[in-house]
Design a protein around this ligand. Sequence first.
Ligand SMILES: O=C(O)CCC(=O)C(=O)O
Ligand SMILES: [Fe+2]
Length: 369
Amino acid sequence: MGPLNIHFQKKNIETMAANYEDRDTLFNFVVKEGNGVKGLIDSGMSCVPQPFVQPLSERIATPNGQTCEAVQPIDLSQIDGPCHTEVAKQIVEAAETLGFFQIKCKWQVVNHGVSVELLELLKMSAHEFFEQPPENKAVYLKEVSPSKLVKYGTSFVPEKEKAIEWKDYVALDFLKSSMAMVKRIVEVLMEDVGVILEEERMNSLVGTKMVNMNYYPTCPSPELTIGVGRHSDMGMLTVLLQDSIGGLYVKPDNGDWAEIPPLNGALVINVGDTLQIRLYLEYFSKALYKILSTDSKQWEGSNHKHRIERLSVPIFTAPTPSEKIGPLPEVVERDGVARYKEVLFQDYMNNFFSQPHDGKKSLDFARAD
Ligand SMILES: O=C(O)CCC(=O)C(=O)O
Ligand SMILES: [Fe+2]
């Protein structure tokens, strides 16, 4: 029996889960052999093993039912029409206050259209990927994947995390159709500080694109776990497709955690570290966010027709690795101070991926003081 097709018997899993000590066995099964969190659930495990239990400070006691205000999605298809000023204002305000907003997608809108049909297909293919037997997925484990562009795994940096995130993922290298939208939003935000980017400059600022497919199996005790810990993304803008399950919570500097509600046919946009560094404004709030796990019991006996495992597809856009990132000269001049130093994006990225999720700590790498 090869290492990739060791199947845990239900009994073994329960024994292991009962004596929470055996972190190594659990780690091998979930992370190294590629069974993922889904593999645990499929083996009939009924309580959360200790390595997944989050410290109290990282949990949200109970989903508090708070939803972020301004849930009306922005209609980007109007950006180049008579409502330009109004739409640009909505984008700038949303980026400055919460760093999160939603964009309405329309089928075949010229220029910035991301097709709703394509989004549905994406969600379906992602479910198909995760529902394969573990040995098929394990082929794409990041250490052995035959392709540089496809990587499968669990959590974020499970080797270093105090508690492993309740999430499996597959990362693909890019998705073309949303790039026009990303560029247009970046343009609008730059214009607001008086910066006009030439095409070449823009291309290097968003030259790295990566698509993840995140799969959050339901959890027997979701109050103990977290799908993704407090963090911000490292790049420019993230375009996030979430399904209808919910669980994306955002916390502004001086506010409570509140949910970005799932909206059919809309994409969530959020401001990443790089954009924060380049466009730093005193009032530019940079919200943290985390993902709650879904309760497996909530669905027991219900006649649900829909899938219950949460799925999300973020498209991360970031500078090319050789780009230097630091505050824009225009911003430094206006503020009279550079709050971040210039760093090579490759170095920023290496640091980001070597640390577990820990709120805004990733930004310290580029902080001036
Ligand atoms: O699942 C989500 O909604 C977001 C996931 C996320 O934050 C990430 O992959 O960076
Ligand atoms: Fe993220």
